[in-house]
Design a protein around this ligand. Structure first.
Ligand code: MN
Length: 293
C-alpha cells in the first residue's frame, strides 16, 4: 500500500494574462527532491494577436527547466543566448549567482503547452557561474503502448544529458491508446506525479491535470494506468535536506541572500546583466515580505 497525498494545483498569473497551474510550492508541500517549483502552462489556445510574453526577470540559486509539448518559445538571456524551444525539447538555464531572461511564444503560435520546473541548487553550487543549455534530443522509447522520454537523470540504462547538481529524475509518459505501466523506482527518492493531459489511475484513484500526487520515499515499484491520450511527468529526487527560501524569482539559502539579490535587481547592478534589446520589459519585484534584511 502506497501513501498518496493528493494536492490541488492553484492558478498563478505569469503576467501578460498567461495563467498557469502551480503544483509546487503549495501549503502542503514545498519540494520533491530539489524540484521546488512546478508550473503547468496550457494547453492554451491564443486568440489572434495574443501570445505569451514574459519580460526580463532575474533568477538566483536555481535551474529553470522547460519541457515543451506544443508551440514554440523564444528564450533570450543575459549570457547572450537566443534559442527557440520546440516540442520534445528541454531548455535548462542554470542561474547560479544570477541571470536574467525573457520567454516569448513565437507570433504564429496559436497553441501552447509546456511545463516549467525549477530545481534548487545545493548550497555549494548556489553561486556557480550562470549557464544555458538547450537539449533538442532526449532518450525516448516505448513500453506497453506508452512512450517514455527521459528528461532528467537516469532510468532503465538511459541517461538524460541534462546537467544536475543533485540526484533527480524527470520522466514524461504519454499514451495515445491508453496503457498500464510498471515503473521501477529508487526507494531512496521521494516522487511526485504531475498529470499534464487526460487522467492517471494509481491504486484505484483517478487524478486529473489540476492535481499533483506526492509519493514519499521507500517505493520500489509503481503501477500506473494512463487513460487514452494521457500524459504525465514523474518527478523524483533525493530529499533535499537543506532549507531554502523562495521569494518571487529568487531561491536562496537564507533571507539575506534573497534580499541582496532583490536590491541588486532593483538598482540595476552588474550581477544580473541585461537581455540585449529587451530592457523595456523589465519585471518589477514585489516588496520583500521581511524587514531588517
Ligand atoms: Mn524565469
Amino acid at each position: 500500500m502506497i501513501s498518496i497525498e493528493r494536492i490541488a494545483t492553484r492558478p498563478a498569473d505569469l503576467g501578460g494574462g498567461m495563467i498557469v497551474r502551480r503544483a509546487l510550492p503549495t501549503r502542503q508541500r514545498r519540494m520533491v527532491g530539489a524540484w521546488c517549483f512546478l508550473d503547468h502552462a496550457g494547453p492554451v489556445e491564443f486568440p489572434e494577436g495574443e501570445s505569451m510574453r514574459v519580460g526580463a526577470h532575474p533568477h538566483t540559486a536555481l535551474q529553470t527547466f522547460t519541457w515543451l509539448i506544443e508551440g514554440e518559445i523564444l528564450h533570450r538571456d543575459s549570457l547572450g543566448s537566443e534559442q527557440i524551444i520546440r516540442p520534445g525539447q528541454v531548455n535548462l538555464m542554470t542561474a547560479g549567482r544570477g541571470i536574467v531572461h525573457t520567454e516569448d511564444s513565437l507570433p504564429h503560435v496559436r497553441r501552447l503547452h509546456a511545463a516549467q520546473l525549477w530545481i534548487a541548487l545545493p548550497r555549494e553550487a548556489a553561486d556557480c557561474a550562470p549557464a544555458f543549455d538547450h537539449h533538442p534530443k532526449l532518450p525516448n522509447w516505448t513500453e506497453n503502448d506508452c512512450e517514455l522520454t527521459l528528461l532528467a537523470g537516469t532510468y532503465r540504462g538511459h541517461r538524460a544529458p541534462v546537467r544536475l547538481y543533485s540526484p533527480l529524475l524527470c520522466l514524461d509518459l504519454y499514451s495515445m491508446p491508453g496503457a498500464t505501466i510498471e515503473l521501477e523506482l529508487n526507494p531512496d527518492f521521494e516522487y511526485g506525479i504531475l498529470p499534464l493531459e487526460g487522467s492517471v489511475f494509481l491504486e484505484g484513484n483517478s487524478f486529473a491535470m489540476d492535481e499533483f500526487i506526492y509519493l514519499g520515499v521507500g517505493i520500489d515499484k509503481l503501477r500506473l494506468k494512463l487513460a487514452a491520450g494521457s500524459r504525465l511527468l514523474l518527478l523524483g529526487g533525493e530529499p533535499f535536506g537543506e532549507p531554502i527560501v523562495m521569494w518571487w524569482n529568487f531561491v536562496g539559502h537564507n533571507k539575506s541572500a534573497i534580499a541582496a539579490a532583490q536590491r541588486e535587481w532593483e538598482s540595476g547592478g552588474l550581477r544580473f546583466g541585461h537581455v540585449e534589446g529587451d530592457d523595456g520589459r523589465r519585471l518589477v519585484a514585489p516588496t520583500l515580505p521581511w524587514s531588517g534584511y
